[in-house]
Design a binder for this molecule. Sequence first.
Ligand code: HEM
Length: 446
Amino acid sequence: MRTMDYYSRHKMFRFYIGRNHYAVLADPQTIQSVLRNPNCYDKDVTYNFLGIPDVLFTANGEPWVKERKAASPGFSPRIISAMDPIYSDRTRGLMSALRKRAATGEAFNLIEHILPMAIDTISDTFMGVSLDMQARDNAKYVQAFLRIPDLFIERAIIPVYQPEIIYSLTGKKKEYQSCLNLVLAMTREVLEKKMEHRAELNKTSGASYEAGRKLYLDILLDKFEASEKKDMTLLTYEAGEMFVAGSVTVATMVSWVCLLSGVFPEVGDKLREEIDSCVEDAPNATIEDCAKLEYLDLVVKEALRHFTVPFISRVAKKDIQVPDIGTVPENTRFLVFLLNLHHDARYWEKPYEFYPEHFLPENVEKRPKYAYIPFSIGMRDCPGAKYTIQTMKVQVVRILSQFKISSARMKPWKNPYLELSLGFGFTVVPTRGWLVTAELRNQSSD
Ligand code: HEM
């Protein structure tokens, strides 16, 4: 914790290991100048530990520019805003699972139900294929989706696991590969369904996707069909990355907000009060309903402040000029600690506390713009940010309108990094899971 504070007070902290030059960043201006610099869009070798080919998340240079440009229409506001009916279908399954949990009164790990719903939602929205993960025996999928980021980050931060030979000997490589294989098999199933569907559409109307609604997977398939190589393995990784990047992140954050509503009862009371008084049919809340909920917005932002992606790493492909610092040499590896930035006492009144009021407009005004960047910034920011906020809000409102969620283990905290047992996946996660109990509230449910 002292180390985190130390980094925060310095614009940049540099060190060498052998001939590798590292620069740790935690200052908002320095971070924004590096993340927005076109010579720093490349990811550093850490991402090789994902063991996947060049897809949007991992590609560098010109191939990344092309991927990103091609993918953008799949994240268009028009597509993201048209998702209400999909949410309705998918939250129904979740509510029925939570009702069963409420009937027993026993503690359970909330993400076991949220993640299958998140996978279904990604499949519906970005792929246009109904996967119905919630109706399956899905424990092994939940485990695989959670272990992939967990094992990746572990390898990235523990140098002893980095050589292939040692990683294989520990058995972790085998575990990682079997998790990846499960996700790839699931993705192939989605691809097959989608290809059949497109072939049907081609036969009947000559259109390979619904007019005006070119989903992410349609974009990938258009590219695949137009290519000479027809690389099915690459296509599977490209679609698979969206499943992992899009479901684990959202599911962990929805689980956090629900858990926090129980850890801090005053937060839970205020959330339920706002939902009950502002949304007429909250169990079926729409995107539009959720946009009105001001307190929910503060809570979602505060949860992301504490528990978003802990760090980002990049590499400078040329010498670059950083304001107030000077020339930073080519091949420098940057580590951008969002965690430090988001807990810097210069910008946050109660840096380590759960204090949604940090995001009241009068407090936001006092901070530099880039003191809060849970989805990163610049050309290589998160394309799923809008989808995330919208999906999180709809799901949280529907859950909290029907259930009172209580924390089964976690106590109110003043500093989660000292008092809780936390680990790093794609986001920050509680190592023992999101343990809660659910109680049915006195309202009609769906
Ligand atoms: C709580 C939710 C999420 C958070 C906190 C989050 C955060 C981030 C961050 C910080 C990055 C930059 C990483 C880096 O530069 O190393 C990123 C990249 C990315 N995110 Fe997200 N993300 C979330 C949800 C999503 C969703 C829902 C999707 C897809 C549906 C998605 C897809 C991606 C992709 C494809 C990239 C790589 C973009 C590129 O390199 O051009 N993310 N995300």
